[in-house]
Design a protein around this ligand. Structure first.
Ligand code: FMN
Length: 333
């Protein structure tokens, strides 16, 4: 048996779980790891539409797509339809499978430019931006990622999603929190259900999914077409393997500690090989990932602290070995 599929435009995706965009976390190495473990598709870190138009140096690095990442969406944020259209035109040269527009980001740096979740306060502008992107994207489907609303007094995801559908969006991803909530409290998935019932395009459910059980809950309680996972994949690409195995009707074998450490080291090697920085500087980026792979074990707080001191790959190997020895000495693995 293999998992059902869902179509976003002409792009056919496994109906399992996708990797959410996460600036500063879900970089190319992270996306490759999650894809390898079964993510249905992955999304780039958000890229400024205006920045691209002014040929920001970082653009190529953020938008380049390797075969191992596909299918992949490039995510843009911006508040001006003309810049959005121009940015779409520019990123098409990287041949994204999907173009996604960020209308959910809560951070002041983005919101203060009227982009991200600030657009949830201006549905007309949001629709104009979507329509401009759709026109520029041609055959490439345009999706939009939104929140439930700006704050608890303005939960407007249903009306907003309908307007974006009308503007030509091929799918809507809904994170069941308001901008006011940032990442606190619990995601309200009833909003996702309401959006699903209101539009005909696929709806992607997002918020607090971190294992098979919460993924199935999201599917069952909202009727969404696909689930998207962000923080639940920290140090845990295995979450995609677990979900894919379930939908393929296969037995899932959870990773042993040894496998986790091997995968952690593979992830670090990938970060180092993709980075243009020196090993020491690239290790700075690898540190938090290494720490996440050690979550939830005896003594892991101390080891996570050690991860934040790592300055070479060899040190990471030694730390992983020491971590395994400690767990074995206590019969914990
Ligand atoms: C560190 C971090 C960076 C994020 N960056 C982005 C981003 O670039 N674009 C975006 O649309 N959402 C971004 N998000 C939001 C996530 O995509 C997702 O909607 C949110 O984390 C809720 O899902 P989760 O509970 O599965 O993590 C980010 C979240 C985190 C934690």
């Amino acid at each position: 048996m293999s998992a059902d599929t869902v179509k976003i435009g002409a792009v056919e995706l496994k109906k399992t779980a996708a990797l959410a965009p996460m600036a500063g976390v879900a970089d190319r190495a992270y996306r490759i790891m999650c894809k390898k473990f079964g993510a249905a598709y992955v999304v780039s870190e958000m890229v400024s539409a205006k920045g691209i138009c002014y040929s920001d140096r970082k653009t190529a690095g953020l938008c380049t797509i390797t075969p191992e990442e596909r299918p992949m969406a490039i995510q843009l944020f911006g508040s001006e339809p003309e810049f959005m259209a121009k940015a779409v035109d520019i990123v098409l040269r990287y041949e994204p499978d999907i173009i996604d527009i960020n209308m959910g980001c809560p951070v002041p740096k983005v919101v203060n430019t009227s982009a991200g979740s600030a657009l949830m306060k201006d549905v007309d502008l949001a629709a104009e931006i979507t329509s401009a992107a759709v026109k520029a994207a041609g055959e490439v489907p345009v999706t939009v990622k939104i929140r439930s609303g700006w704050n608890s007094e303005s939960i407007n995801a249903v009306m907003f999603a309908k307007a974006l559908e009308k503007a030509g969006a091929s799918a809507i991803a809904v994170h069941g929190r308001t901008r006011e909530q940032y990442y606190s409290g619990e995601a309200d998935i009833s909003v996702i259900k309401d959006v699903k019932e209101a539009v005909r395009i696929p709806v992607i459910g997002n918020g607090d999914v971190n294992d098979l059980r919460s993924c199935l809950d999201m599917y069952e309680k909202t009727g969404c077409d696909l689930v998207m996972i962000g923080r639940g994949s920290y140090g845990n690409p295995f979450v995609f393997r677990e979900i894919e195995a379930y939908f393929n009707g296969e037995e899932y074998v959870p990773p042993t500690l040894e496998e986790k450490m091997q995968v952690m080291l593979e992830h670090i090697r990938l970060i180092l090989s993709l980075s243009e920085k020196s090993e020491e500087l690239a290790m700075h980026e690898a540190r938090k990932h290494a720490a996440w792979y050690m979550n939830g074990y005896y003594g892991s707080a101390k080891f996570r602290g050690c991860c934040y001191q790592l300055s070479s790959y060899d040190e990471a190997v030694r730390l992983a070995e020491e971590f395994i020895r400690l767990q074995r000495s206590r019969n914990l693995c």
